[in-house]
Design a protein around this ligand. Structure first.
Ligand SMILES: Nc1ncnc2c1ncn2[C@@H]1O[C@H](COP(=O)(O)OP(=O)(O)OP(=O)(O)O)[C@@H](O)[C@H]1O
Ligand SMILES: [Mg+2]
Length: 296
């Protein structure tokens, strides 16, 4: 990483030797800062999910480097960092969504309640019922609003009759803050809703199967402040029973909703600490640079 210092445009070794060395030393870039390990508290006493020696590759390009992290029971952990640093890639490790990308390869040890989620006999579909996901871009199925929410419950046999299913659909839509807007249109297509409504529909769909962990990848980036507040309140309610990992570009959101924050940089986990500490007294220079808007 230190090689970046010697590559100022238009310079050669000879001109660098004779020139004033100040310009190549003084403007220290992020590449000069050590990111060989993670500082802070990546481990917790009461983990729900654990990740050890995690490396992720897209073909021969490495996107995640040697990450160790626990996600605690009933906590909300925020994953933050500059665009392209690997937040989405790392989030997808926890429910094996990277399996759906043919060129993607994940190594390391990953557990849910101590059980290997990459074990040969682990069915990824069942894993994803326990570790649900909400994506940045809402992706409702081409089905009715009702059937979108009922989909997972039907797949996993969670309701024994139509009335139970109706109750489950309604309760999930209420929790996602969407019910009052769609209660008379449950048979209309989910894809006909606005972007923000579609996102809340996807959240309703995710929570309808009663997952233990919910992975959220920038879930409110398409929402207005009111819908965002609804989702953030929902997250706060959900953490009583569930564990949530959220990727966000909004530091205000990370500060509002999470108890721990993990800062990623160029595929490495630089710092994990209590959210309050990360935003008021970060341990690592790169975290400080990011939260003060110096880069990223
Ligand atoms: N499907 C893919 N195929 C090849 N490379 C990928 C793929 N998805 C991500 N990458 C690469 O992996 C790295 C990490 O990408 P990732 O999407 O995880 O970053 P991110 O932190 O979520 O970024 P953003 O904040 O922009 O969403 C990037 O270099 C990206 O180009
Ligand atoms: Mg992303």
């Amino acid at each position: 990483m230190t090689t970046a210092v010697g590559t100022l445009p238009g310079t050669t070794a000879a001109t660098l030797e004779s020139a004033d060395p100040k310009p190549i030393i003084e403007p220290r870039s992020e590449f000069d800062i050590d990111i060989s390990g993670t500082v802070g508290k990546p481990f917790v006493d009461n983990p729900k999910m654990q990740s050890r020696n995690c490396n992720v590759f897209y073909d021969d390009k490495q996107a995640i480097f040697d990450v160790d992290l626990d996600i605690g029971k009933n906590e909300i952990i925020a994953l933050i960092g500059p665009s392209g640093c690997g937040k989405s890639t790392y989030l997808r490790v926890f429910n094996r969504m990277n399996d759906t990308i043919p060129i993607c390869r994940v190594t390391g040890e990953h557990t849910l309640d101590g059980q290997d989620i990459y074990a040969k006999d682990q069915d990824p579909v069942l894993l994803r019922a326990r570790v649900g996901m909400v994506f940045q871009k809402p992706n409702p199925f081409p089905k009715s609003i009702y059937d979108n929410v009922a989909y997972g419950a039907r797949l996993h046999g969670l309701a024994s009759n139509r009335s139970e299913l109706d109750d489950l659909v309604e309760a999930s839509l209420i929790k996602a803050g969407l019910f009052s807007e769609v209660k008379d249109d449950l048979q209309k297509p989910g894809t006909g809703l606005s972007g923000g409504q579609q996102q809340r529909l996807c959240i309703a769909r995710a929570i309808a199967v009663d997952p233990e962990v919910i992975l959220m990848d920038e879930p409110t980036s398409a929402l207005d402040p009111i819908a965002t507040a609804v989702i953030e309140e929902l997250m706060d309610d959900l953490k009583t029973n569930y564990t949530i990992a959220i990727v966000t570009h909004s530091m205000q959101q990370a500060a509002r909703v999470s108890q721990r924050t993990a800062y990623f940089h160029l595929g490495k986990l630089v710092e994990v600490n209590d959210t309050n500490q990360v935003f008021t007294n970060p341990e690592h220079k790169l975290t400080e640079n990011y939260i003060t808007g110096r880069f990223g």
